[in-house]
Design a protein. Sequence first.
Length: 263
Amino acid sequence: MGLPIPLETFERAIARHIRPATFPVAVRMMRAGEPLPPRVKRPWRDLGIKVAICQAVAFARRYGWAMAVGAEDLSCPLAKAVFGFAPMLDYYEEGHACAGMYTATPQAGAATEAAVAKFPHREYELLVAAPLHRTAFEPHVIVIYGNSAQVMRLVTAALWKSGGRLTSSFSGRIDCSDSVIVPLQSNKPEVILPCYGDRVFAQTQDDEMAFSLPASWMADIVEGLEGTHKGGIRYPIPNWLRYTGQFPAHYEKMNELWGQMEG
């Protein structure tokens, strides 16, 4: 694939213009036989736990750990099926995992599940996630969590060269697919609405959302951040302060009295 710019250059631009509270995360999907990068933890082998993919990303963005997850590491059946780490089931595709919780009927659940981006079974063996400053591999996707203003800043950067609008879609569930599979398959950035599991298991907060981009977009995002910065779009968002405040009448009485003294 080849990266358009060094990861360090991208990381510096994000730190300067976005200032996220947690580390930006590099993600790579690894095929069978592809060697693991150095100093990567496996949840089941090294921690004695199984995790959801959103948890692996949270380890990277909050702890600064490089994590690799495959079938044996995953606790989330939905992620295991969608990422192709286990065979797809009729039970899932018929909407039974969704019905009664997210949809009124299995038929509606089947429509929701059909709309989730997926990898074929066994196309990949592992997902590796690491903070940018500890990334020893060539990522496919970069995920940045932030507040809505920070994500807005990234959206405007993505549109700097092309203009128009950035289109994303949301279902409120399986946001690991939105973060990784969608941008990898579409080769376009995606705005991420954290799902229920991301909030429960990865402890994503109510004021957080995310922005995911294919690694091939890094140079365009940096150029867009710098261009919009020069144009006056900044984070933190500046407050407008050039105005004269109004005060209660009994305060303003003092100005009236000073005026009488001067007269």
